[in-house]
Design a protein around this ligand. Structure first.
Ligand SMILES: [Zn+2]
Length: 200
């Protein structure tokens, strides 16, 4: 069981019945197929797709979330783009385009040549985010999709838990305020002060 599943299950709790080994899932927590890499039966995490419509996001598997933050995505993870780039969701098309651009392989160049984007979607895909003003505790620039680690315990207002020092927050998003980022901790989306995080 991976960490994400463990967290989900601990949140969901076990349903006690005559069959205690059966788990009751909320419908939204049923693992789905990743729309980018086509990995089936995997928990998905919402990832913002900046540069276009506000709040645009795509639910991706954990591996894709990590790969989105990389300048050199692993080509082997993305061979399914040959199929998934034809998604009808423009946000998926944008991620497919940006990922293919980063992959240095003939097959990726071929797919880029085939990928049709309408004008709006192409402009979105090519709208590379300007240099971020968000900096971590060490002054390192933070970008959407980065993974950060909390450097102190943070009490989450309005939610009944403390985010522990050392907790990794994957797939952060930036806010209008350079002192704030947003990320998901224990399944809850929270605002975190950049001075309390370190880029991983
Ligand atoms: Zn994926």
């Amino acid at each position: 069981m991976n960490v994400l599943n463990a967290i989900k299950m601990s949140k969901l709790g076990f349903v006690t019945s005559n069959f205690p080994f059966l788990l009751q899932y909320h419908s939204q927590d049923i693992p789905m197929t990743c729309p980018l890499c086509a990995t089936p039966d995997t928990p998905l995490i919402p990832v913002p797709v900046p540069g276009g419509p506000a709040d645009a996001s795509v639910d991706l598997c954990g591996i894709c979330v990590d790969q989105m933050a990389s300048d050199t995505p692993n080509p082997d993870h993305f061979r399914s783009l040959a199929t998934t780039m034809w998604s009808e969701d423009p946000a998926v098309q944008v991620l497919a385009f940006r990922t293919l651009q980063k992959i240095d392989a003939p097959w990726a160049d071929d797919l880029l040549g085939q990928l049709y984007l309408d004008d709006d979607t192409r402009a979105w895909a090519q709208n590379v985010v300007a240099e971020s003003q968000h900096k971590d505790a060490n002054g390192v620039t933070l970008q959407t999709g980065d993974t950060v680690v909390l450097i102190k315990d943070l009490t989450v207002k309005g939610a009944n838990f403390t985010a522990k020092r050392g907790t990794a927050v994957r797939g952060i998003s930036l806010t209008d305020n350079p002192a704030h980022i947003e990320g998901r901790v224990e399944g809850q989306r929270i605002v975190i002060l950049t001075e309390f995080v370190k880029k991983k």
